[in-house]
Design a protein around this ligand. Structure first.
Ligand SMILES: [Zn+2]
Length: 317
């Protein structure tokens, strides 16, 4: 199951909440995936289409709770798009439809209809959450947290609605980004913290926990990998340096001979030959008296210079 479906299935099953919130959620669902029909006799009807049966059931239930009107649910097969199944919730023309439309803020215009956002009605935070939940149920998606990058998006057609959604998200402290794609607005979140916040706002707590679980595991794994890589790199550097030092000392052993070197250098050279795997610090601790890591480093460089001279190489800095 995709992570989006997991979130939506959870959302579709949570408590219906207060009447004010139910209205907000149904309204946004209609905004996202609803259609108003007006027949020749000016009878109004409303349909809501979704591929997710749990969302269809929720929309049906919310509409029933709010208006107690006659609804029907039907199933249709889409010819294109992998022949997916569509669940259609329909509010039939009947006495009371007009009133329901008014409550939902659906107004007829010369061009068709408009769904008005009434900030006087929806001024409570609980309703804002519910509205965003409806938005996500209607046209939201979120990538699986196992994937490399985090991504949550909402696709909106209507420019006014787009602005409302962005504003609601900002009021909750989110920082939504957006772009235009084929005449639609794509609102998206890229940061994992923001996605977690959004899931929390819309009440997807189970999905949030599994998202966090995966995120933490991923971050620990990345951190461990980074440390291992870093330590391997350091270790490789130490080993490479020790090999070079041993090569240089072997050269000096032949010419002019280690016994010809100044005492301090001779001592460290012999120690290095006996202990090729020790770090400079550890070598210094074997000296008597003990010398510091930088002291050992200094002597190693002198040995290297001498060896370079013997082999005719230019001095390295
Ligand atoms: Zn409310």
């Amino acid at each position: 199951m995709s992570f989006t479906k997991q979130v939506k299935d959870e959302m579709a099953r949570i408590d219906d909440g207060e009447k004010c919130c139910q209205l907000a959620e149904l309204k946004s669902l209609i905004m996202m995936s609803g259609n108003v029909h007006i027949d020749a006799d000016y009878h109004l009807s409303l349909t809501l289409e979704t591929e997710n049966p749990a969302i269809a059931r929720r929309a049906y239930r919310l509409a029933k709770n709010l208006f107690n009107l006659q609804h029907e649910v039907s199933v249709k097969r889409r010819a294109r798009l992998k022949k997916s199944t569509l669940y259609v919730v329909r509010l039939l023309p009947q006495i009371g439809t007009k009133k329901a439309f008014k409550t939902l803020g659906i107004e007829l215009t010369p061009k068709g209809y408009e769904i008005k956002w009434d900030s006087d009605i929806f001024k409570k935070r609980c309703c804002h959450r519910s509205y965003l939940r409806g938005v996500f149920l209607g046209s939201g998606s979120v990538s699986n947290p196992e994937q490399k990058t985090y991504h949550l998006e909402i696709v909106v057609k209507d420019p006014t609605h787009y602005k409302i959604i962005c504003e609601l998200m900002r009021n909750f402290g989110l920082n939504p980004k957006s772009l235009m794609k084929r005449n639609k607005y794509m609102i998206y979140l890229k940061e994992s913290e923001q996605i977690v916040d959004f899931l929390n706002i819309i009440g997807a707590h189970a999905a949030l926990l599994s998202f966090e679980g995966v995120r933490v595991k991923k971050e620990v794994r990345n951190r461990v990998n980074r440390i291992v890589n870093c330590e391997t790199a350091n270790l490789n550097k130490t080993v490479d340096a020790a090999i070079k030092q041993v090569e240089a000392i072997r050269l000096l052993e032949k010419n002019p001979g280690l016994e010809k070197l100044p005492v301090g250098l001779e001592k460290i050279a012999r120690l290095r030959l006996e202990n090729p795997d020790l770090s400079l610090k550890e070598l210094g601790e074997l000296m008597n008296p003990v010398i510091s890591k930088s002291g050992v480093n200094h002597r190693m460089r002198r040995l290297q210079k001498m060896a370079d001279k013997v082999s005719g190489k230019k001095h390295r800095k």
